[in-house]
Design a binder for this molecule. Structure first.
Ligand SMILES: [Zn+2]
Ligand SMILES: [Zn+2]
Length: 278
């Protein structure tokens, strides 16, 4: 099923996300020296409550740690996205008023309405406020998530909500088919966790009838596929390492394939992001 080749991303778009990932990697390396996470029993937690780990536990992230990261993230934004300087400035002058312990709590549960309410009080758009908090906090979340990599990779690991990250609770929009065995791994671009899910299986509705699952692709991009489900019209972007012969940076893969989201949505498929319970 070949479609027309992709339209290019707006100029500078991918560069921005690549720079942001580099900034976050640098912060993660820096924080590894000072921030330690005390591990919880992941398997028991997920089995008992069926909710992402960070919505169940107190990960003991100090409010001051987020304050410092957010401060530095605003400097990063000033340099790399000058068009949002008015917003970074408005947030910066209000930083002393914010209760960062509360912000971490609201972000992880999550209680988006509380965050939007705080954004309103300091007169910045809710989506910009959540974007800034989310990206400033990611280096810490990635250190926490690293502690659970072995648990997630265990042969008998099972998680009932394949589109939701079992560690941080972010929605996943992309997976890869592992080169050595074709195992599908869901990817979380917030905390970089990966967890297994089945191959001929809709991650949205659980449909596993082979006739109901197919994929879309574009000419000359054989390793990039969008698996679609006839039953719920859900889609999932998937990078096939067996076809390309090599792994890729999944964070960048997700961003650089926005044209596949557009292709799927033009054909009537959805990632179910707008569903009330998604
Ligand atoms: Zn995650
Ligand atoms: Zn489905």
């Amino acid at each position: 099923m070949d479609n027309i080749p992709p339209a290019p991303l707006p100029e500078g778009y991918l560069d921005f996300f690549q720079s942001m990932e580099s900034w976050q990697n640098e912060q993660t390396i820096r924080l590894q020296k000072t921030f330690a996470h005390t591990k919880h029993d992941l398997v028991m937690r997920l089995r008992e409550q069926k909710k992402p780990l960070l919505s169940q536990i107190n990960p003991h992230i100090d409010g001051d740690l987020l304050h410092g990261l957010l401060d530095q993230f605003l400097v990063f934004l000033d340099e790399n996205r000058p068009s949002v300087r008015a917003l970074t400035q408005q947030l910066r002058v209000n930083l002393p008023k914010l209760d960062f312990d509360d912000l971490i709590k609201f972000f992880l549960v999550p209680k988006e309405s509380e965050l939007i309410g705080i954004a309103k009080q300091i007169e910045i758009p809710g989506d910009f406020f959540i974007f800034a908090l989310d990206h400033a906090l990611r280096p810490v979340l990635r250190i926490i998530a690293e502690s659970y990599q072995a648990d997630l990779a265990a042969a008998d690991f099972h998680w009932d909500l394949p589109t939701i990250c079992p560690i941080c609770g972010a929605k996943s929009h992309v997976s890869r088919l592992r080169q050595d065995d074709g195992q599908r791994m869901m990817f979380c671009d917030r905390c970089f966790s990966e967890w297994k899910t089945r191959y001929l299986f809709c991650v949205h509705c659980g449909c596993d009838h082979p006739n109901d699952i197919s994929y879309l692709s574009v000419e000359g991009q054989d390793a990039r596929r969008v698996y679609v489900c006839k039953r719920c019209h859900g889609y999932l972007k998937t990078y096939d390492e067996r076809t390309s012969g090599h792994p890729v940076d999944m964070f960048i893969e997700n961003i650089s394939t926005i044209y596949l989201d557009m292709l799927a949505q033009e054909q009537g498929y959805t990632n179910h992001d707008q569903d009330p319970l998604s």
